[in-house]
Structure formats: structure tokens, C-alpha cells
Design a protein around this ligand. Structure first.
Ligand code: UN1
Length: 513
């Protein structure tokens, strides 16, 4: 086997064969059972991580609560300075961390580096933001009164993240939460626990170097039961959760039952509309990357292509041709386009989805299948598939986290394509390929795409961190990352100050004593 420098990367990230999976900042422990992390790349054991017990969690919570009391008093620009240093450390460790992401999750090394770049970018964004946590001032209706609003830190933020972006999604949340004056407890996916420990090692060093309270960044590990410790904990005012719609509904109900806030970033069922005015070459690149990049395991992955009948055959031929060029294999080898799925459960779901698509009447255009033989020993490598289908198929309505692309045909005006595109329960990302101004603007209008992300002449995946990221309907409604997404990590307070010697009441009410 070729050595892709994994050992060295693990060493640079301070990872061991057995790692403590619970951290109150600098104190690492974990008395629960261990999770073994096997790479989907070659099936090898990367390392083990000890899970968090309810007793361990109490210690974590104590550390976080204590840290919050101090951290909220640190001026926001100084909090930004801590995040700046964290971003610097990420720049230094970009290669080993990108490699670990690639090896533990299975995405290509390029995409692993890209994910760490998103972390660096959100740190830069958060540093600037730390001087711009602005509120408004209003004019009071009463003389001699001043009215304004301010944003205060919220408290302990719980972060539950998914395997597919094992480091970036945490960073989008935590970098903003930290400049907002919050402290965070993170439960990474139990499928990528080593990435979690690596990130915690990096931030723990920054906190120590700055003599900051440990507990600003805490880590817990385990399955949904460990997540429940946070969703049911009224000391956590905000839970940010990324994952399946099924998981999001459970989290949202638990958090709502105690009137906490949740920020949900759940499944997508993203489509690209291809109109008669589309640039076919751009369409092919956007659609192929969107469908097979990250082996179809992004929540923004392209699941459906909605193509006008007049160019249907042309687009179909161009896409199926492009699929013939795809090289599937070890994602650390830069010659490959497509890596493995996360595990063999995901492979089974991929196989079941293809079977169901055919049972419902779909036609296979590019055949799928599980790869066997040399280089594919982990059993997680599958062939990207294309199926001609109908939007009404049950399987097309669902998000399958795998490289399966459904081709759908539309006729008539672009409104018909928009109706198909909106005709699913999810509402994350969407795109239109067109050179027609009328079609593009229709797609972006109030009667256009109902998604949180709507792109023109760009695919559905690969959003920049500067915009708010998230979607509508069963995608959960949350917004993370750029724009004013920071506001959910703070509590808003309206202040009115009377600088007279009278006490006039609002609404002109008279109350004489
Ligand atoms: C995800 O899949 O959970 O837009 C996040 C994108 C990436 C983030 C995806 N920037 O594809």
C-alpha cells in the first residue's frame, strides 16, 4: 500500500491509538466505552475514542458554565483575537487536518483541505464580526428618553455535527459563538470521532497559551444518547444540530419542550434546472461535481437534474459521457474523483435506493454497483449512478446520502421546472442553468425557488461561508455561517433610558399619584 502520510498527520494532530473523548477544555477524560474509528478508505483502524457518560457530562457542563461567566466579560474584539489565533493554528495544520478528514470521512484530499479552508475563512469572518456585533438605536416617543438595543452573550451552546463535514460545521458554529461570548460543547458524529479530538487538541492549545478559562471549548463523544444529554439540558439555551430530518425532528421537539432554541441544518433534495438556454458545458461540470463530489454525501449534493425536453437527450448524453471519465478509488490519491461512502450501512442504503428507483419504474442510465477487489477492500466504494425517474417516486422524494443522480424531464415554461424543483419536502439548495435573464429572475423571485440557497449558473454545492447557510421546510429553517447568522448565538435586549426628572409613561397614559 502507498503511504499517504497518515501516521505523520496523526502525530502532528496529537492523536493516539486510544484517545480521551471528553474534554472540559484542557482536562481530557472519558469513562464510557470506546468507539473504534475505521477508515472507509482502506478499512484500517485509525484509533479509538472513549465516550462520555452522564457523570462525565456533569463535569463538562460545570466547566462550560464556569468558563461562560468569565468569557462573557472579555470584550468581543479580544474574543476575536482568540479566534484569530485559532485560525492561525489551522493554517499551520491545514495539511494534516485535511488529510485526517479525508482518511476518516473518505472525501478527496482536495475536499479535505477545502473543508479546513472553510474553517479558516469562518475564523477570519468571525474576527471581523467581533467588532461589528451591532444593534440599532431607535427614537423614543417620550421626551428626554433614549432607546437602543444590544446583543449579549447567550450561554452554553450545544453543537451536534454530522460525519460528512466533520470539522467545518463545528467551526461555522463555534467561531461565531465564541466571538458572541458563548462557550461551546461539541458532540461530533460517532463516525468521525478522531476529527473531533484533533480539533479539540488545537483549540485547547490556543486557550492555554492565552490563559483563558478551559471550558470555552468542550468535547463530548458518543451516539444519540450523549446528544440527548444536551437537548434535554435547560442550561443549554441553544442547540445547533446538523444531520438527517429524522434526527432534527427529535432534537427540535426535545429542545422546544423546554422552550430552548434550536438551529437546524437538515437534509436537502437539491436540484439543478437546465433550461433550453443553458450552457451545456457548465451544466455538466456543475452537475457532475454536485452529484459525485464527496461521493454524494453533502447536504448540498445535486440529487435531481430537471431538464427541458428540447435539450434532454443532449444533456443526458453529455452527462453520461462525463461519468465514464470518473475514477473511483483512494481519495488521498489525487488522480481519483470519487472516494468511498462513509461505511457499509451507507452502501446498503445506496443499493436499496437504486433497487427502489427501478421498482418504481425508473430507468438506469449509468449503472451503479459496489466495487470489489484491490483497493476496494473496505467495501465502501460504489459507482456513481444515474437514473431516469419521475419526481413523484417515493425514492426521489427522499435524500439518499450517495452518488445517485435522478434525471427528470420538464416541458413548457420555466415555471413548470420550478414547480418540480419545489415539489419535495426539503428546501436547502437549488440552481438554474440558463442564459435567459427572464428565466433566471423568475427562478430567484418570490414565486421561484423555495430553498435557502438559489444559484444561477453554479451548481447546488460548494457555498461560500460569507452567506447565511441553511434551508427552509424540512431542512429545518436554521442559518449558519455568514451574513447575520451570528444573531442566534446572542440574546437581544431593548434598553430605554430616561434622563429627565419626570416619569412620562409610554402610549401617553396618565397615572397621577
Ligand atoms: C454540508 O453538507 O453539511 O455548500 C455542508 C457546501 C459546503 C457545505 C456543505 N460549503 O457544499
Amino acid at each position: 500500500a502507498i503511504d499517504f502520510g497518515i501516521e505523520e498527520a496523526l502525530r502532528k494532530l496529537g492523536l493516539n491509538q486510544i484517545n480521551e473523548g471528553t474534554s472540559t477544555g484542557s482536562d481530557n477524560f472519558g469513562s464510557g466505552e470506546t468507539i473504534s474509528s475505521h477508515s472507509p478508505v482502506d478499512g484500517a483502524l485509525i484509533g479509538k475514542v472513549k465516550t462520555t457518560t452522564p457523570e462525565d457530562y456533569l463535569r463538562v457542563m460545570e466547566s462550560a458554565t464556569h468558563a461562560f461567566k468569565e468569557w462573557r466579560l472579555v470584550p468581543a474584539p479580544q474574543r476575536g483575537e482568540m479566534v484569530r489565533q485559532f485560525g492561525e493554528k489551522l493554517r499551520e495544520l491545514k495539511e494534516p487536518l485535511g488529510k485526517l478528514v479525508s482518511y476518516e470521512m473518505g472525501k478527496s484530499y482536495q475536499e479535505g483541505l477545502g473543508e479546513v479552508q472553510e474553517m479558516i475563512d469562518i475564523c477570519d469572518f468571525a474576527v471581523g464580526l467581533s467588532r461589528q456585533l451591532h444593534g440599532l438605536t431607535m427614537h423614543s416617543e417620550r421626551p428626554g428618553h433614549r432607546m437602543y438595543e444590544q446583543y449579549h452573550p447567550l450561554g452554553v451552546v450545544g453543537i451536534i455535527s454530522a460525519f460528512n463535514f466533520p470539522v467545518a460545521v463545528w467551526a461555522w458554529n463555534t467561531a461565531l459563538a465564541w466571538v458572541c461570548g458563548d462557550v461551546c460543547i461539541w458532540k461530533p458524529s460517532e463516525k468521525t470521532p478522531m476529527c473531533g479530538v484533533a480539533c479539540q487538541n488545537i483549540i485547547a492549545e490556543v486557550l492555554k497559551e492565552n490563559n483563558l478559562p478551559e471550558g470555552i471549548s468542550c468535547l463530548i463523544n458518543g451516539d444519540y444518547k450523549v446528544g440527548e444529554l444536551m437537548t434535554n439540558d435547560k442550561r443549554i439555551p441553544l442547540v445547533s444540530a446538523t444531520g438527517s430530518i429524522r434526527m432534527g425532528k427529535i432534537v427540535a421537539q426535545a429542545v422546544a419542550a423546554r422552550l430552548g432554541k434550536s438551529l437546524l441544518e437538515l437534509g436537502g433534495n437539491n436540484a439543478i434546472i437546465v433550461t433550453p438556454d443553458a450552457d451545456i458545458k457548465m451544466t455538466v461540470i456543475g452537475a457532475v461535481f454536485g452529484a459525485v463530489g464527496t461521493a454524494g454525501q453533502r447536504c448540498t449534493s445535486t440529487r435531481r437534474l430537471i431538464i427541458h425536453e428540447s435539450i434532454y437527450d443532449q444533456v443526458k448524453d453529455a452527462i453520461t459521457d462525463a461519468y465514464k471519465q470518473l475514477r473511483i478509488g483512494n481519495p488521498l490519491d489525487e488522480n481519483n474523483h470519487v472516494g468511498p461512502l462513509i461505511d457499509t450501512d451507507a452502501v446498503r442504503m445506496y443499493e436499496a435506493a437504486l433497487e427502489e428507483a427501478v421498482n418504481e419504474g425508473g430507468t438506469i442510465l449509468v449503472e451503479g454497483g459496489v466495487l470489489k477487489g484491490e483497493g476496494y477492500e473496505s467495501g465502501c466504494y460504489v459507482k456513481p449512478a444515474i437514473v431516469e425517474a419521475q419526481n413523484s417516486f417515493t425514492i426521489v422524494q427522499e435524500e439518499t446520502f450517495a452518488p445517485i443522480l435522478y434525471l427528470l424531464k420538464y416541458n413548457g415554461p420555466v415555471e413548470n421546472a420550478i414547480e418540480l424543483q419545489n415539489g419535495v419536502v426539503q428546501g436547502l439548495s437549488s440552481a438554474i442553468m440558463t442564459n435567459s435573464l427572464r428565466e433566471a429572475e423568475r427562478f430567484l423571485s418570490s414565486s421561484g425557488s423555495d430553498c435557502g440557497i438559489a444559484n444561477v449558473n453554479i451548481g447546488t454545492s460548494g457555498a461560500e461561508i460569507g452567506g447565511a447557510f441553511g434551508g427552509e421546510k424540512e431542512t429545518g429553517g436554521g442559518r449558519e455561517s455568514g451574513s447575520d447568522a451570528w444573531k442566534i448565538y446572542m440574546r437581544r435586549q431593548t434598553n430605554t433610558i430616561n434622563y429627565t426628572t419626570e416619569l412620562p409613561l409610554a402610549q401617553g397614559i396618565k397615572f397621577d399619584l
